[in-house]
Design a protein around this ligand. Structure first.
Ligand SMILES: *Cc1c(COP(=O)(O)O)cnc(C)c1O
Length: 231
């Protein structure tokens, strides 16, 4: 455990340093870039080690896993915030609203309606990001580029100021930069502050292009089983 904590401290410190260097390189204040530690597939002990090392924001892509892992942790460690970053099924909307401080994956009208219903029943609304399928990839979640502005407007009409920004995952194995540039412009055009983009392999580029939140998993927690795909 002592050892785990030491290596967690070291990995988090390295990622934070890389964030700082990337921000300073483009004359941004590193404090503008929030680190979301993606803890999916890793157990609660790892999360607690990260909390001990000063980490506050965590990303999970499944509602059930997030609830099992964080319901207790959030009580014991006030200030811990959970971001849901994975595709959200409409029948999980209510559980999602219950566990999440931020839902980063609002991506279709059917989910908008399910969330509106859940928000009403739960009497609280998480912060919401609209996920855009920046590469317009058929297998990937997110609203199509061409429909993003209209969908953002529809979400704002329903949720008002709870709609904070956008999230995107560029196509793998290609230059992510043009996709980051597009997503940042989309946020700006719509007057939204939060831009969640960049993962372990490309967060420095995302920061250069304006990311306010980077979602970093493997660089902090190590590799995941191959089945835990990013979608
Ligand atoms: C898993 C995941 C990440 C983190 O990926 P790493 O490459 O491990 O940093 C970021 N965003 C989303 C949406 C994910 O599902």
């Amino acid at each position: 455990m002592e050892n785990d904590l030491e290596s967690m401290r070291a990995r988090l410190a390295e990622v934070r340093l890389r964030i700082e260097i990337a921000a300073r390189a483009v004359h941004r204040d590193p404090a503008e870039v929030m680190l979301v530690a993606v803890s999916k597939t890793h157990d609660a002990n790892m999360v607690v080690a990260a909390i001990m090392a000063g980490q506050r924001l965590f990303g999970e892509n499944r509602v059930q896993e997030a609830t099992a892992k964080f319901a207790g942790i959030a009580q014991e460690h006030p200030g811990t915030l959970v971001h849901l970053i994975g595709p959200l099924q409409t029948n999980k909307a209510r559980d999602g609203v219950r566990i999440a401080d931020v839902i980063e994956s609002v991506d279709r009208p059917k989910l908008l309606r399910a969330l509106a219903d859940a928000v009403q029943k739960e009497g609280k609304c998480p912060a919401l990001l609209i996920q855009v399928n920046v590469g317009d990839e058929p297998q990937k979640a997110g609203v199509a580029r061409a429909e993003a502005d209209d969908f953002i407007a529809a979400c704002r009409a329903e949720f008002g100021a709870s709609v904070r920004g956008v999230m995107g995952i560029p196509p793998a194995e290609r230059d992510p930069r043009p996709h980051f540039v597009w997503l940042a412009a989309c946020a700006r055009r719509n007057g939204l502050d939060t831009i969640s983009m960049g993962m372990s392999g490309d967060f420095e580029i995302a920061i250069a292009e304006g990311a306010t939140h980077v979602r970093v998993g493997s660089a902090i927690f190590g590799n995941r089983p191959a089945s835990a795909a990013t979608t």
